[in-house]
Write a protein that binds this ligand. Structure first.
Ligand SMILES: Nc1nc2c(ncn2[C@@H]2O[C@H](COP(=O)(O)OP(=O)(O)OP(=O)(O)O)[C@@H](O)[C@H]2O)c(=O)[nH]1
Ligand SMILES: [Mg+2]
Length: 366
């Protein structure tokens, strides 16, 4: 799973990327690496792992990970005057979802590319650019389809002609700025679009990057939240990225003290990884032992046998059954043996839909 950070220049993308991944890329802004997208991994905070570690004293605690990438500003010489660099279209297409970073903070020393700070306008700019990129993708596919038509016959030709009609319909929809129409397609159309990798069809999380003063009740931020809700059906994540980056430099204890004294809630890392899991409909199941206590990222309700593949393909292949207990049930009894006595450890088959917080022991034979 790869999540791309997008947003106008100086909105705070790199600052957030740094908070998420711990990678400091400011030095790379010069020299040969300039212009390259940066990829990094965020560890999903999960207090359940720490609690389980107190019981198992494992050699390793392994949290789930989410990959994020940061797109740098476009090269000013080759600049296409877009907020999101089109140099990275291929990479953007690979994303499973986006985090759009919207600047609400005022800082005269950091010029806004559009002159003044206006979150709702920036949301529209990003939306328009994603649609523009999608039109480019569809245009390319249309050219390819025209080529294919020349050399195809029979049923194959009919299928390609259908796609040609569909491409025109999709282009019209996007020109009218209706990117979310892709959600109301029939199965054949869905098959076509799944090959196009359209950007505006991907889930999008909105981060509003605010000043300290805007963290409290604020009419303008409320308007942005409302706008995002109407547009995407999602609520947004609001934090001060610069402050978050400063806090990340501190020890855990110091961070906690500062958060409490400033009345701050969860860290931006926590808020964003959680929003990512929610939008991707993902959850974590857990494995425990003296070697490692570990969280595994899966789609909600994935079957036990498919979830096994996350750990090792051998377990999937030789699956016998899964011994499952929910995290809360386990913690209420303190050990698998005690929970077993209460009949709380269930024996589940291949098709069991795995839930968030399930602690699983796979029995397999290869
Ligand atoms: N005052 C204030 N400054 C911030 C905040 N977030 C980021 N900045 C500053 O804004 C500047 C730009 O932030 P970046 O994270 O580099 O922005 P970016 O979106 O990666 O910008 P490009 O790479 O140019 O597209 C940096 O100097 C940050 O320290 C914030 O919440 N408040
Ligand atoms: Mg940047």
């Amino acid at each position: 799973m790869q999540i791309g950070l997008v947003g106008l220049s100086s909105s705070g993308k790199t600052t957030i990327f740094k908070c998420l991944t711990g990678i400091n890329q400011t030095l790379k802004k010069t020299g040969l690496d300039r212009g390259k997208a940066e990829i990094g991994v965020a560890k999903v905070e999960d207090p359940r792992l720490d609690e389980l570690a107190k019981i198992y004293h494992p050699k390793k605690i392994v949290p789930a990970e989410i990959t994020y990438f940061d797109i740098p500003i476009s090269d000013p010489i080759a600049s296409d005057q877009l907020a999101i660099s089109s140099q990275h279209l291929n990479r953007l297409q690979l994303a499973d979802a986006f985090v759009q970073v919207i600047r609400a903070f005022e800082d005269p020393s950091i010029p806004h590319p559009e002159g003044v700070v206006n979150p709702n306008r920036d949301i529209e700019i990003i939306r328009a650019e994603l649609i523009l990129f999608d039109l480019l993708i569809l245009e390319k596919r249309s050219d390819k389809v025209k080529e294919l038509l020349k050399s195809s016959k029979g049923a194959e030709r009919e299928k390609i002609m259908k796609e040609q009609v569909f491409l025109e319909k999709l282009k019209k929809g996007l020109e009218n700025e209706a990117p979310y129409m892709v959600k109301s397609l029939n199965s054949e159309e869905t098959r076509f679009t799944s090959n196009y990798n359209l950007l505006a069809a991907k889930p999008i999380i909105t981060v509003v990057n605010v000043d300290d003063g805007q963290l409290e009740d604020n009419i303008e931020i409320d308007l942005t939240k409302k706008h995002v809700q109407e547009l995407t059906g999602q609520s947004c994540v609001v934090f001060n990225a610069k402050l978050e980056a400063d806090l990340m430099q501190m020890s855990q204890t110091e961070q906690q003290e500062f958060r409490e004294s400033l009345g701050l809630g969860y860290s931006c890392l926590h808020q964003l990884t959680k929003a990512t899991l929610d939008i991707m409909d993902m959850c974590t199941f857990l494995t425990v032992g003296s070697d490692e206590v570990r969280a595994w990222l899966i789609k909600n309700n994935l079957s036990a046998v498919s979830a096994a593949r996350k750990i090792h393909s051998d377990i999937e292949r030789g699956f016998i059954r899964a011994e499952v207990i929910g995290y809360d049930d386990f913690m209420n009894h303190g050990s698998i043996t005690a929970a077993k006595k209460q009949g709380l450890v269930r024996s589940e088959g291949k098709s069991y839909p795995v839930k968030d917080g399930d602690i699983i022991n796979y029995l397999f034979n290869v």
